[in-house]
Write a protein that binds this ligand. Structure first.
Ligand code: NZQ
Ligand code: ZN
Length: 388
């Protein structure tokens, strides 16, 4: 095990009926709060009214930024930062899924920057300060509620970039599984595929000395496989929604990473698909992941696939490692495309070869994507072709 620093400073309220604490948590950071949310799901579900009631009870002055899109745009960041500057906002309250929380993280940073908000997303302007962020999560997927990352899109330049700073990490997150009862079957499936991929990005690693974390990751992956389909079939199943919600946070909050230093692979590839075609993140990952594994598998790394097959998919451990490895990829495909009912090819979602070359170059920044197996642009094009 290499050296690492473990620091997860987000306070979590998990479970039902914690919202009465919202007012006091927000109040510790000031009087003026900017409430951010998406396209209206929180109004339909009644959560908006509950949040407003708690903020009013605490005597807070409320401002709003509505309409944050899935794959959030930098234009929303600019709009939010302008409100913060104009009104002297003290604290941000994001109520929604990963898109709302991510966008709010960038608003918090852009509130202290006078240039173009996109400069922050691409790291041209370092994050020196950020308004405190509190989140009320409504969709289990990205882990944004407990991590320091955000992903933002620029429609003009067809770019989608990830950036993080500890300053952007939520101070407090409210995780009530019942708020996810209204998430559609499709978004539930995409969320499951996303969190599964967050774990796989770390699990398929060239550093092999973190036995304890590997076993934790296998447990989390089994949890998604167990509860994803239950949440789809029974949207109000508390046990399923709760297991998925806590897994989404722990998949990406830094704990699993330990000292593993290798970069992620499927995510930068998927972000290009979202940037060019505005597809749902988890769906893109589901299509890419099994092809990436197939492309990556070789005699040198087969033992990792063997563990994956035996410990996650319960494949017979007496079989030859290469047989287990191939079966594990088939099991993964079966889970993603049959159990979760996600589309299995780029063709099905209207994506053809047109932008493969440019997307591949951007994904590896014209160099090498140093993942489980280093990938150059030509490798990424090959993987895209396998997804057709
Ligand atoms: O906009 P509203 O009306 O709220 O509807 C949303 C949206 O249409 C809806 N939804 C959310 N909660 C709901 C609900 N519908 C009914 N009931 C509820 N309780 O679901 C749709 C998708 O929401 P979105 O926030 O876009 O989904 P998700 O949480 O999957 O976030 C995706 C974004 O996060 C980024 C992705 O790239 C993508 O931009 N990621 C962020 C990461 C991070 N911060 O660390 C890591 C991830 O890998 C990912 O890249
Ligand atoms: Zn993801």
């Amino acid at each position: 095990m290499n050296r690492f620093v473990y620091d997860i400073p987000t306070k979590v309220y998990f479970g039902e009926n914690h919202l009465k604490k919202l007012g006091s948590e927000v109040s510790q950071y000031g009087k003026k709060v900017l409430l951010t949310y998406g396209g209206g799901s929180i109004k339909k579900s009644g959560l908006y009214d509950k949040v407003i009631a708690e903020l009013e009870k605490a005597g807070l002055e409320i401002f709003e930024l509505a309409g944050i899109d899935p794959n959030p745009r930098v234009t929303s960041v600019t709009e939010g930062a302008e409100i913060c500057k104009r009104e002297g906002i003290d604290v941000l309250l994001a109520v929604g899924g990963g898109s709302v929380i991510d966008c709010t993280k960038f608003i918090g940073a852009a509130a202290f920057y006078d240039g173009d908000a996109w400069d922050i997303s691409i790291g041209k302007a370092p994050v020196e300060k950020c308004l405190p962020i509190i989140s009320v999560l409504t969709l289990s997927a990205t882990g944004s509620e407990m991590d320091a990352m955000g992903v933002i899109s620029n429609l003009e330049t067809k770019e989608k970039v990830g950036m993080g700073s500890p300053l952007m990490q939520p101070k407090v997150s409210f995780l009530d599984p019942t708020t996810t009862y209204t998430v559609s079957k499709f978004q539930t499936a995409c969320g499951a595929a996303d969190m599964l991929n967050h774990i796989m990005e770390i699990y398929f690693n060239r550093e092999n000395d973190l036995f304890m974390l590997d076993r934790v990751m296998e447990g989390l992956m089994k949890t998604i496989i167990q509860y994803g389909p239950i949440a789809m079939a029974e949207p109000n199943n508390y046990e399923a929604r709760a297991n998925l919600m806590w897994t989404s946070s722990w998949a990406i909050n830094g704990f699993l990473k330990g000292s593993k230093r290798q970069a992620w692979t499927c995510h930068p590839i998927e972000h290009e698909l979202s940037a060019y075609y505005d597809i749902t993140h988890g769906l893109g990952l589901a299509i890419i992941a099994p092809r990436w594994l197939t492309y990556t598998l070789d005699e040198d790394n087969v033992s990792k696939f063997y563990d994956f097959g035996v410990n996650v998919f319960d494949i017979d451990k007496s079989l030859e490692p290469m047989v287990v490895a191939k079966q594990s990829i088939e099991k993964l495909e079966d889970f993603l495309f049959n159990t979760l009912e996600l589309q299995s090819t780029l063709t099905e979602i209207g994506i053809d070869e047109t932008h493969f070359e440019i997307m591949a170059k951007k994904a590896c920044q014209d160099g090498v994507l140093e993942g489980f197996k280093p990938l150059r642009a030509e490798d990424i094009v090959n993987i895209f072709k396998m997804c057709l």
